[in-house]
Write a protein that binds this ligand. Structure first.
Ligand SMILES: [Zn+2]
Length: 236
């Protein structure tokens, strides 16, 4: 069984389909392995060329290890994640809604208290006060839950440790942990990194870092020199 390091992670840059592993026999009889796009653009089959498995696996792995081993690159990436983390914590919409609700309930309770001070106390005010207190307890409970979701704030050291420890792992684990997806064109590879910050249970809106690491005239020969063009973008 040939191991495709990037199994289920390679997306065709032209049609968006998942590229799958195929094998073929060369003229010399050697078995060759490729990533292949079986997608369509309109009614036509996608024109994405076959990509040799050993080239792509090696280019992606080498690019990640060489780039993330540079302290400047690692630090820049981690700083971006920290900034994004702060923004996400600040903009938690559930927290904002709950805080507004709490404010409204507290205002109603205050009004009743004022009434009581002025001598207005009957069954209705009593019942209303109990209702509001129950509501307030419930809102407080939900606030604790919401705050706990965002209070697990990762520090710069923890983020660096996440990436550094992944870099020390064997190839398949390293890819599984660090790589979200690889978008493949005939002359460019985009590597999207995972981040350790779990901001949403929805996979589609997770945090991604895009590193356009490779731009080459011809990606079909590993010997062909390729340019590393790291461009870290945060995508939500
Ligand atoms: Zn395609």
């Amino acid at each position: 069984m040939t191991r495709y390091l990037l199994k289920n992670k390679v997306i065709c840059g032209y049609c968006g389909s998942m590229m799958t592993g195929v094998s073929g026999t060369s003229k010399t009889g050697a078995v060759m392995y490729y990533y292949r796009c079986k997608g369509k653009i309109g009614v036509e089959p996608c024109h994405k060329k076959l990509m040799r498995k050993d080239y792509l696996d090696k280019i992606v792995l080498d690019s990640i290890v060489s780039e993330l081993s540079k302290p400047k690159v690692m630090s820049g990436m981690v700083d971006k994640i920290l900034k994004m983390q702060d923004e996400l914590i600040k903009s938690n919409p559930n927290l904002t809604i709950l805080q507004k609700q709490k404010h409204n309930v507290e205002r109603s309770l205050n009004n009743i208290m004022k009434g009581i001070e002025m001598g207005i106390m009957n069954n209705t005010t009593n019942k209303r006060m109990q209702e509001l207190e129950t509501q307030l307890n419930e809102i407080d409970r939900q606030l604790i839950i919401e705050r706990s979701k965002t209070s697990v704030k990762l520090t710069k050291d923890e983020l660096c440790e996440f990436y550094e420890s992944a870099l020390r792992m064997e190839a398949q684990l390293l890819i599984d942990i660090l790589v979200k997806k690889v978008v493949l064109y005939d002359d460019k590879i985009e590597i999207y990194f995972n981040t350790p910050i779990n901001v949403s249970p929805d996979e589609q809106s997770g945090l991604l870092i895009c590193a356009r690491t490779v731009r080459a005239k011809n990606l079909f020969s590993y010997k062909c020199p390729y340019e590393l063009q790291l461009l870290i973008e945060m995508k939500i």
